[in-house]
Design a protein around this ligand. Sequence first.
Ligand code: KG4
Ligand code: ZN
Length: 342
Amino acid sequence: MSKAPVYILAIESSCDDTSAAVLRDRKALSNVVATQHIHEAYGGVVPELASRAHQLHIVPLVHQALAQANIDKKQLSAIAFTRGPGLLGSLLVGTSFAKSLALGLNIPLLAVNHMEAHVLAHFLEAPGMTAPPFPFLAMTISGGHTQILRVEDHFKMEVLGETLDDAVGEAFDKSAKLLGFPYPGGPMVDRMASQGDPRRFRFPIPKVPGLNFSFSGLKTSILYFLQQETEKDSDFVAKNLPDLCASIQHTIVTILMQKLRKASEQTGIRHIAIGGGVSANSGIRQALKAEESRLRWITYLPPFEYCTDNAAMIGIVGHLKYLEKDFSDLRVTAKARFRIGS
Ligand code: KG4
Ligand code: ZN
């Protein structure tokens, strides 16, 4: 007799995307996201506006996720939600909603660490996706995070390195802002970079010990460089945009790849799983491809919808926790700072 499927409703609200997903076992039957465009006018995420937008979106989004999955809420086995890390006001919306619904339906509640979810997204069952074998290295690169982890098992992972200041996505977005692009400018830098010379301008590679990263110095050096050059020629940025984008992207990719290579050398692990919105970057994708042939890496890049912040990745962690009966009680609280393993 085959086992009854596990249906999980998952909710993600840690930053500026509200998302809801329904999973049948490891497969996402739906994964809907409401991106908040309101922040674009401010050049970054405004926490108070983010939590208000989550409140507006969460109920219709959950209805949509259930309808797309063709699942009635009475069929749900459990509710998974992002407990942290993230913006506290945003997390509270998802946490309160998940608790109320679990209480109302009298089903278990599963508290999920957002950073673990970026790593475990690779265990979703979807076309074109293969789960990496243990142990593997995971690199999460997004607007909010930059981490390299050694993953021994679903719930046994260690942070080997992380950013000491800005996240890599912020480095892209802040550089883009200096060049005059609207927020978030990362994808535009990528697009422009394809027409430019990555070696035309040199920006310093920070010397950070171990496997940690730092990106704040890059932004400062770009700022000073642009100030100097525009004093000499006020059209400097406009005249050199593709080369500037290509050179900035090249610098960021070099910083990431140096640390990833070092992590692989130190651990002897060649299975590398990438997550986070910055994994869309073509420079990073090319660099990873190059190491597949040169260093015999096996890289894992999920479809983009599972790389950016999404509820399906919260759902897969929920599923794995459900199998272990690792439930939370209703006193569980949101945690703005929530380290993996804590
Ligand atoms: O994972 P994500 O959607 O949200 C979080 O920050 O958690 O990542 C968004 C970040 C933004 O900083 C955006 O500029 C960056 O990912 N990004 C890119 C590209 N696509 C998205 N950065 C560089 N090149 C891209 N193609
Ligand atoms: Zn994220």
